[in-house]
Ligand binder design. Sequence first.
Ligand code: NAD
Length: 260
Amino acid sequence: MKLANQIALVTGAASGIGLAIARRYVAEGARVAVADLNEAGAQAAAAELTAMGPGEAFGLAMDVSSEEAVAAGVAAIEARWGTVSVLVANAGVQIVNPIEAFSFADWKRLLAIHLDGAFLTTRAVLPGMYAAGAGSVILMGSVHSKAASPLKSAYVTAKHGLAGLARAIAKEGGPKGVRANLICPGFVRTPLVDRQIPEQARELGISEEEVVKKVMLGQTVDGEFTTVDDIAELALFFAAFPTNALTGQSLIASHGWVME
Ligand code: NAD
């Protein structure tokens, strides 16, 4: 088992990519805190994962954009299991709108969930990781950490910002044994993406099928969606990597949509 004795906090883990990562981690023996705004979803996911084993999970309500909620959540994990050794800052939302019609409230909400969320969760787990002299911080970026698309100004801005944050954590954490890396998925068929298809069709004046074929998958090498399991595999790779050689990196998994 690649994650025996590891204690992981995965945010946004009641659904989609976060849930797949939590499942993969438990399958590799980790104890995983399934944190989400959706408390009922987090509890249900944790019960399912604990029943699956060999690791275990517990669900907790956490709004990652709230300083108090993050501090309380991390304190609860530490009281239950001890120091968090792997953080996956994954919670996120998408809001599509042209810039001139983007409300300031939506802009601030999106940046708060992605950027404040990654900052607050990282800040909360670092003291424990530093005391242990080890830890892996994984931030959930996107192809939009590297490239832009119309209608996604706040998301593109937030995801580019996370690339900078991962590097800053890597620089500060390196001497103390803490690594930080960014995962950059292409389109993955989750509720976050399913919601965008009709929204983008309406905004761009094209059919939903065209949104999928042209906008989402048009620049991939094979017209395929990336899967939640593809991303869980990368999250396992970063969590289980044995040395500090792999830090400050970002890795794209997008069926070749963006290559670098
Ligand atoms: P999803 O909607 O399936 O899951 C997101 C989860 O985050 C939900 O359970 C939601 O309740 C939770 N969440 C939202 N706001 C929160 C908050 N303030 N505090 C705590 N939890 C909160 O979405 P997903 O597709 O699995 O996305 C997960 C991450 O992957 C996001 O950061 C997203 O930007 C990123 N991503 C997704 C794709 C994709 O194509 N699906 C591509 C690249 C990156």
